[in-house]
Design a protein around this ligand. Structure first.
Ligand code: ZN
Length: 417
């Protein structure tokens, strides 16, 4: 079985066999890392970030910022860095050439061969990747919040994360997904990136992308699947709770809105940078590594506020060919509800612009908050029932993140001792 990922590179897992762990970890300096860095370390180790084998060194960060490529020319839009406080570097005397143990909440996570200890101007990184220095942009805020030094080098996982219910059912490594797609006989797989509980607009985005991905295939050749790839990362007040996102997407298939043999829900750990076009390219790379052949991009993909034109994330793909990117972008406009057509329809087709009803996240949210059941055309009744069940079971009464949820929610994954 071949596991080919981004840059036509083989997906390689970097995980130390359990029997070798104790001996290799003995006497290593321990470096505590953040939840974000741990998520990225896990991604590197399982091949989600192929061809990366570790956290970037200075020349790699520079190349990514300036040219949107790794030094060898492989397309790569976002720096993947391990930030460490200068004080820790000084106190621990961290230097190139040594091996250290990365830890999360006192638990061992990964070995790292330190190739370089360096500094980098976070504002320079933010401006190159996000196209703005505005500190109100959440990606700028995040980059400015990084510790003031970085260490670059290869990582190898020594402690595999154990995903907790309900996430355990949706956790697949890139290799496992490649295998699953083969088992299912899917010849084309279209990725849908989400951080939302699905309303009919989302459902039709997926259905439209599925039609587009089928393209010229004959009925006999039709083996196109949809991978719903839910982004799991830090949450903000008012976001949908993670449990509702994964379970409600899964429910669309369980309730028959998608056939059993065309739809699969999975999770991917990632801290959104809201980098608009650059992040769209990153998502395309991530899903290439998951084995997808197509990736759907809607309006304002990975955007925030009005920093990017709603279709910047579409246009950026004009710059790349198959030699840069294996996955094909499917660029879609808006789906809306039209009372004249009497159905959910496509902005590229329906001419009743003056009466159309856009799917407004804000409207759906306010209805859910008030426990008002939205119309069937807007929200599937099974999804409404389930989102309310999730609110009670996981959300302390709300389907949206509250202070209480953020403080007391169950962990997505744990590290065994
Ligand atoms: Zn219409």
């Amino acid at each position: 079985m071949e596991y080919i990922g981004h840059g036509n590179r083989e997906i390689a897992e970097r995980i130390l066999p359990p029997g070798d762990r104790a001996a290799r970890m003995r006497n290593l300096k321990r470096v505590a890392i953040s939840g974000r860095a741990a998520r990225e370390c896990i991604n590197i180790s399982y091949g989600f970030f192929t061809p990366l084998e570790g956290f970037m060194c200075r020349d790699e960060v520079d190349s990514v910022c300036l040219d949107m490529t790794l030094p060898d020319g492989t397309l790569w839009p976002i720096p993947i860095v391990l930030d460490v406080d200068q004080k820790v570097i000084r106190d621990q005397r961290l230097a190139a050439g040594e091996e250290v143990l990365l830890t999360l909440d006192e638990k061992s996570l990964a070995l790292m061969e330190v190739d370089e200890v360096f500094t980098y101007d976070p504002m320079r990184m933010a401006e190159a990747v996000l196209g703005t220095k505005d500190e109100r942009h959440p990606g700028v805020k995040m980059m400015l919040g990084l510790a003031n030094s970085y260490i670059g080098g290869k990582v190898t996982l020594v402690n595999e994360p154990v995903f907790q219910p309900p996430f355990d059912r949706f956790w697949y490594t890139p290799k496992r997904l490649h295998e699953l797609f083969k088992e299912k006989g899917w010849s084309r797989i279209v990725a849908h990136q989400t951080r939302n509980v699905p309303h009919s607009g989302h459902e039709w985005l997926m259905k439209g992308a599925w039609f587009a991905a089928n393209g010229e295939l004959s009925v006999e050749q039709l083996h196109t699947g949809i991978l719903v790839s839910c982004i799991i990362g830090p949450k903000r007040i008012g976001d949908y709770i993670d449990e509702a996102i994964v379970l409600c997407h899964d429910q669309l298939r369980r309730s028959g809105y998608f056939r059993e043999d065309v739809h699969l829900v999975s999770i991917a750990l990632w801290d959104m940078r809201y980098a608009g076009p650059r992040e769209a390219v990153f998502h395309a790379i991530l899903r290439t590594n998951l084995g997808c052949s197509h990736h759907m991009f809607g309006r304002d993909h990975a955007g925030v506020g009005s920093y990017y034109d709603p279709y910047d994330a579409h246009r950026i793909f004009d710059r790349f060919g198959q030699e840069n990117l294996r996955i094909k972008p499917i660029r879609v406009l808006e789906w809306w509800y039209c009372p004249v057509c009497g159905e959910v329809t496509y902005s590229g087709l329906c001419a009743h612009e003056d009466v159309k009803q856009s799917f407004s996240g804000t409207l759906v949210r306010s209805m859910l908050t008030d426990r008002m059941k939205p119309a069937k055309a807007i929200f599937r009744p099974e999804i409404y029932e389930l989102v309310m069940e999730c609110a009670n079971q996981y959300g302390f009464g709300s389907p949206f993140c509250t202070e209480e949820y953020l403080a007391s929610r169950g962990p997505v994954y744990t590290l065994p001792d």
